[in-house]
Design a protein around this ligand. Structure first.
Ligand code: HEM
Ligand code: HEM
Length: 206
């Protein structure tokens, strides 16, 4: 872990300084593994979620069960990642980047953390309000029993039914927010790579 060095060499506003050594301008191995694992799982889950309606009837249930299992896994990994983030300072951004770009990166990262947690949480809430939840217990990857959110599952059916639709809509809208943020996030990384010729991708690959 290089974080103690990083925090000594980053200026107060998190900009790389002349004294920043090369190893301190990269994310730690833990941050990299969590970043790429979560990114792959989220992208797979978007594909599964969007394709559910187009699948033959007897595929829908198993595919949605895998979708829920991956989503709960993402929720756990994202919470671990948040713990990493609050206990470590990320490598400072290159000083050549204009301040609006550094600010945009910070805002996008904050919102990505929010969506990484709110999206699976809304899916779990939607699933807990499903009228058949009690008779269809959830098993992660068909093996590990996992609870529904009790106070939602136990609501009166007349209250639960509209909530099921609302949480489903919330889940869909958070999906739209994710697509917009990812377009900015990947677009920003590619801009630095291809046009500015100052790679940030190297900071995030082992
Ligand atoms: C990485 C986290 C997740 C992502 C990126 C994600 C993404 C999506 C997307 C894009 C859809 C399609 C929305 C639409 O077409 O309106 C969807 C549907 C759905 N998601 Fe998730 N989801 C995640 C986690 C979860 C979790 C944790 C659960 C439940 C425990 C869940 C349950 C569902 C259900 C039940 C549907 C409706 C499927 C259908 O019947 O069409 N999701 N999700
Ligand atoms: C669902 C997918 C993704 C999510 C949720 C995500 C989220 C994040 C977050 C929150 C950070 C900030 C880390 C921190 O400072 O705490 C970050 C950094 C980064 N991400 Fe992603 N990311 C995703 C996909 C990608 C992809 C596909 C690329 C490829 C271009 C990418 C490239 C990077 C790079 C290069 C950084 C480091 C930025 C820097 O130098 O400060 N990410 N990502």
């Amino acid at each position: 872990m290089n974080t103690s060095t990083t925090s000594r060499t980053a200026s107060r506003d998190g900009i790389e300084t002349l004294s920043t050594p090369a190893h301190a301008s990269r994310y730690t191995r833990t941050a990299m593994i969590l970043h790429w694992l979560i990114a792959v799982l989220i992208i797979v889950n978007v594909v599964l979620g969007l394709s559910a309606d187009a699948l033959p009837d007897d595929w829908v249930r198993p595919v949605i069960d895998v979708h829920k299992s991956i989503g709960i896994t993402v929720l756990g990994l994202a919470l671990l990642r948040l713990l990493w983030r609050v206990s470590h300072r990320p490598p400072p951004l290159p000083r050549e980047f204009p301040s609006w770009e550094r600010m945009a990166a910070h805002v996008a990262h904050f919102l990505l953390y929010f969506v990484m947690i709110a999206l699976p949480l809304s899916g779990w809430m939607h699933d807990s309000a499903w009228k058949a939840a009690a008779t269809h217990p959830m098993h992660l990857f068909g093996v590990i029993p996992f609870p529904r959110i009790g106070f939602i599952m136990n609501l009166d059916p007349a209250v639960k039914e509209p909530l099921h639709d609302r949480f489903g809509a919330l889940h869909t809208y958070l999906g739209y927010a994710l697509y917009a943020l990812l377009a900015m996030h990947i677009g920003g990384a590619l801009k630095h790579e291809l046009f500015d010729r100052h790679s940030v991708i190297k900071r995030m690959v082992p």
